[in-house]
Write a protein that binds this ligand. Sequence first.
Ligand code: PMP
Length: 425
Amino acid sequence: MQSDEPSRRGADPWLGHYAQRAAGMVPSEVRALFAVASHPEIVSLAGGMPNVSALPMDAVARLMADLVMERGPVALQYGSAEGNPSLRETICTVMAQEGIDAHPDDVVVTVGSQQALDLVARVFLDPGDTVVTEGPTYVTALGTFAAYQARAVHVAMDERGVLPEALGEAFTRLARDGRPAKLFYTVPTFQNPTGVTLAAERRLRVLEVCRRAGVLVLEDNPYGLLYLEGEPMRALRADAPADVVYLGSFSKTLAPGLRVGWALAPSAVRDKLVLAAESAMLSHSAFAQLAVDRYLRTQPWQEQLKVFREMYRERRDAMLGALQKHMPAGVSWTQPDGGFFVWVALPEGLDSKAMLPRAVQARVAYVPGTGFYADGEGRRAMRLSYCYPPPERILEGVHTLADVIGTELELWETFGTTAHPHSPS
Ligand code: PMP
């Protein structure tokens, strides 16, 4: 059989036909990495895939079979764009864990929180609009804003999250320049990519700064219930229902393959999101929604969350321990209290993107920091994820990575460059 691969990948005859916004649709660094990092001999500290194998598969299988047997005509039928009413009620009980008091009518169910992000962008952003985000921030949110031709402006964070003063200054500067911020996009809890959490005492200040500047807060919170220490954080939305659009997801607390997430928004905004959702997908999968609802109503999901937390805690501890043990002096990293990620800062002279081919050759992969900035920052940083590989692979991967960094450092200190004679630059 002949492959049709060469003709599939030939010149694009439609190149001149794309809408301008398609120019902003380029593959993310994470996506480009997936193909390489999925080779079994490479320890991938790159992807952010939840470890779904810890789910009770037999119980999930049974509830899905029961769902079809008992409610097939509803589960296999179209639904409404706002989402199943029973699931929207259940979602409100989930959000109550983070201090949110919400009405099911203010919830719209989406295809993962990624679609919620897209709908918010569609409803709020015109070409040229400005979104303020943490620096660094979630790579695919940057992709979404770029797809709507919006500009992302970063505000610095430290180990306790975004700096409220810097945020206020950015809003003032942007307004003065005639490009006021429309949204503040934030992942305040166990952030992707840094693992950093906005400290409790900063939260009200951040809300106040946004309120004073008239900027809508877009709180993206897929990791909030994966806290590895203490109690869940109080969501920003809990203290500012009128000023925050909150995005949630079952991707990390249940399974990303079901693609069920949601947005909770002030009523008028929520109505717009429902209309946008209708034009995007008519209705979400009724089957997936009812499966999630049934899971939450019939299974011990809080206990399952404890299983996930224990698993991720063990992996996080393996990563932090290995970093401590093996990394050369001058390398620093964050200390996540939850979620999936550690952010590593490299010493002067090193470039995480240039180093990646050498790391992959040594059989470890990570995501270079530049992917998480819209402005080319992040060369001396990288994201490591501990969610997927088992602890012994994490130890191996971090050890290998530390050796690669050590070699780069020696080159830099000896020659003032890390360029290798035989590697691509
Ligand atoms: N927001 C953040 C911060 C994420 O890390 C992710 C997944 N990586 C998403 C949104 C999208 O998740 P999903 O669409 O699976 O809910």
